[in-house]
Design a protein around this ligand. Structure first.
Ligand code: SF4
Length: 404
């Protein structure tokens, strides 16, 4: 039995879990284990495979049987080794193993909580913000997260199919000179082989007004074997290229993942992390603090902490917004500023990301601003008296919303 202090110490450490459940009967040859294609071919995708390794709870068994037409089950051997045999409440297990609660719906659940489909001028290209687009280049991931905001299309078993029209998308981007930033996501673009990914990046780089490329990916976490020196050398040809990875719990940062992230950083790719705040996974300050500190040690800047989207069947994984604010309050000022992510809600229906912060401004007019610091001490700072500044009429909006 691991006590709480030992548990936290274990989470702080970078550990290898290879080959874990696969080490029986002499294990797997290292060259296979370290081959990303072997990892993909040997993913855990079926109830029988789960039961071979884990003692499933009734809720999990029913979840696996009933959620198959919502989002596929797939977990790479590397990531599966993070899941303990016995504990259904384990934070990694809660993210990856379906539960019966996925088949329940709450009044706020939606199929497309970020309103992406209504902002898609070309199949697969989401143009919601003025100067940047989201390019959904595939519907496949190395493994599937049960809270995925795109579960309507991701994994290929949900209610919609993704039919990205690449040529039409390139044409749209060539014509829309206001687009300076393209985010490749899906699905996960790093599942493409090097040649296919390079073709995509070079087509985008040939469009002169596109200044900035980004890849949103969970591959370095699910499948660190994919981050080969060859891939890194190819990516380095397309700078400025940034990457957003997705880590929710400190145990996901294994030795292999740390090394993969270091290879990307050494290729000059700035790395940010996007976490989703999830009940029973990372909704406490100590876990989040350990996570953000480990990320900095992997040369990854914690970037966003998302309030979980209102995706169908995710209510058991959602926390209160108050919990998210409490976590940010516990980080800001108490640790390195680089370690504090911006907490955001992706406004339901397509309103975009809205920053959510603890209230540090107590009063503000054109003479002064009254603020509090992380210790709760109150300070005044004089305003410049610049009469051209417009103060946001927050109070009026608030009243209008409440009483209309
Ligand atoms: S890796 Fe991202 S896109 Fe894929 S299932 Fe997880 S959250 Fe969804």
């Amino acid at each position: 039995m691991v006590n709480l202090t030992e548990g936290i110490e274990q989470e702080k450490a970078f550990r290898s879990h290879a080959q874990g459940y696969w080490s029986r009967n002499g294990g797997v040859a290292p060259e296979l284990w370290n081959d990303w294609k072997w990892q993909l071919k040997n993913r855990v995708t079926k109830l029988e495979q789960l039961e071979e390794h884990l003692s499933l709870s009734e809720e999990e068994r029913a979840g696996v049987l009933l959620s198959g037409d919502k989002l596929a089950l797939a977990i790479t051997p590397h990531f599966f080794n993070l899941i303990p045999r016995e504990n259904p409440d384990d934070p990694i297990r809660r993210q990856m193993i379906p539960r019966i609660e996925e088949t329940w719906s709450s009044p706020y659940d939606m199929a497309d909580p970020c309103g992406e489909d209504s902002h898609m001028p070309v199949p697969g290209l989401v143009h919601r913000y003025p100067d940047r687009v989201l390019f959904l280049v595939t519907d496949r991931c190395a493994a599937y997260c049960r809270y995925c905001t795109r579960s309507r299309v991701v994994s290929g078993v949900g209610e919609q199919e993704l039919h990205t029209d690449f040529e039409e998308a390139f044409r749209y981007l060539e014509q829309h000179t206001e687009v300076r930033d393209v985010l490749l996501s899906g699905g996960d673009a790093l599942l493409f082989n090097d040649g296919k990914l390079e073709n995509l990046l070079s087509r985008l780089r040939a469009i002169s007004h596109i200044e900035f490329l980004r890849i949103g990916t969970r591959v370095p976490i699910f499948l660190p074997q994919r981050i080969t020196p060859e891939l890194c050398a190819m990516l380095a040809k397309y700078h400025p290229l940034w990457m957003s990875v997705h880590v929710n719990h400190p145990r996901e940062l294994t030795i292999e993942v740390k090394e993969a992230l270091e290879r990307l950083a050494n290729a000059g790719i700035p790395l940010g992390n996007q976490s989703v705040l999830l009940a029973g996974v990372n909704d406490d300050l100590e876990t989040m603090k350990t996570l953000v500190h480990k990320l900095l040690m992997c040369r990854v800047r914690p970037y966003y902490l998302y309030q979980c989207d209102l995706i169908n069947g995710s209510s058991h994984l959602r926390t209160s917004v108050a919990k998210g604010i409490e976590i940010i309050e516990g980080l800001r000022g108490h640790t390195t500023g680089y370690a504090v992510p911006q907490y955001v809600i992706d406004a339901p229906g397509g309103g975009g990301k809205v920053p959510i912060n603890p209230g540090y401004i107590l009063y503000h007019d054109n003479e002064k601003i009254v603020i509090r610091n992380y210790e709760g001490k109150i300070f005044e700072y004089p305003e410049t008296g610049n009469e051209n500044v417009q103060f946001a009429p927050q109070r009026e909006y608030h009243d209008e919303y409440l009483y209309s």
